[in-house]
Design a protein around this ligand. Sequence first.
Ligand code: C2E
Ligand code: CA
Ligand code: CA
Length: 519
Amino acid sequence: MPLSVQRRPRRPLRIALPWLVGALPLICGLLIMHWQAERELQSRSESSARHAVNQIERILDDISAAAKELLPLAGRPCLAEKLALRDQVTRRAFVRSTNLEFKGELYCSSLFGPFTEPVNPADYTQGMLWLMSGNSVTPGHPLLVYRIHEGERGAITTVDGEHLLNILRLPDIDSHLVLQVGRYRMDRSGKVQDSQPPIADIAPAALTSTRYPFSIHSGYGPDKVGQLMRSEFPALLALLVILGAIAGVTCFWQLRRAGSSRAELQRAMEANEFVPYFQPVVRGSDYRWAGVEVLMRWQHPREGLVRPDLFIPFAEHSGQIVPMTRQLMQNTARALAPYAELLGEDFHIGINITADHCQDLALYEDCQAFLATFPKGKVHLTLELTERKLVIPTDVTRVLFAKLHELGVMIALDDFGTGQSSLAYLRQFQVDYLKIDQSFVAMIGVDALSLHILDSIIELSSKLGLGIVAEGVENETQRDYLARHNVDFQQGYLFAQPMSARDFILALEEQVRQHNIAS
Ligand code: C2E
Ligand code: CA
Ligand code: CA
């Protein structure tokens, strides 16, 4: 039986909770990994675009240098300059063809020599660059055309699309790169299309050249993050799955443990295994039995008699203490009521109640039913509330305590001196008795400071007009000290141990017999 437990969750939550707890590390880990993968891809995408822009600028530097060298020749006879055109093609790595333009006409080409074709400046982005899907020499084969002009003269150089494709397809670049020149774009497939580039699903990046009118768009397809996570973080993924499984199984096991403890208490209640033990409380003046405290014991079929501190904390947390106390009161009434005539006048029966129980109006009915089993006025019922866990004042407690007092039920503040109940608290719940905690009684003749506290409690109770009970009295020194200080009632092993109902009745009968002999 666990002694520290949480309140047990409801059934659907009990089933879902282990899955949720198991999934939590996995979900959190995946979210962090996803975020990290996205950042990684974004940086890769941007650096790919930067790399491609630099490479294409290098190529354009080459073909623009050729065009600049040829520009002064524009307007001169083609046959005279043909060799100069071819010279540029031969000398420069990226130049595929060179051409001269004059008065809006391309009139001389490195390929054909004299040649006539109109030049439309509108084809060129910023009058400078034209991404073509092909020309009359190599239809369907992309090429990039560079044009420089000055008045009526112009020079046009071209670069083969293959060079550009080599950049877009570089093996260490895994993002989808698209070259955009004005309205035209070309991707890794090598097809030139007249449209704007689509925006990539993952890590879209766009970089425009500061020197030439083109831009590079970069990014990845939608499945790229998953791919990266699988390829880059397999160990972390496995660790998350293991962590999730451990968390889920631990949660399941804890719930089952709590569940089985609860079921075990339920079973014990149905089998009526919680039995009352009785410890007499004696009068301070003559040490005659003035009452009894009812202490719960678990008559376990295998473990034997189980002490309350081993199962009551769990029952309090699971909320089962309420029906258990009800059953204990019924069993007490059943055990004592037939022997009511053996109980002296004004016999006190003390029942321990937990603070949460005071939020339940049914306690009033339980007390009523308890008192109804005894002849009217024969016994006084005292509810012992521990000071360690204070009752929270609510509308329910106010009504409950008022009704209990009407019924003649008294309230004792148990373990007094160990908690922090204020005087207001004592007044609010109309406490009738203080039960001095046994730790103070144990200090009689041992510790001067505790003794001062004990004396103060006794003085306080008398000033407040409260009855006082000292518990845990184990020797005569303690008994005599308490008697000298006019403590009303005493309880402890010195007088009697807690005992079963049968032993208690036998002891009562013996007391009555002895009393009869004496008188
Ligand atoms: P408590 O209410 O302070 O009860 C007094 C405890 O002191 C009892 O322990 C009793 O057996 C023990 N005791 C009595 N005389 C002496 C003595 O001279 N010396 C020493 N060392 N101990 C003495 P028990 O029966 O084990 O109960 C322990 C606690 O369990 C109780 O403390 C009470 O807080 C709780 N408890 C017992 N029965 C019930 C119950 O029916 N309902 C609730 N809510 N709590 C209960
Ligand atoms: Ca008590
Ligand atoms: Ca106590």
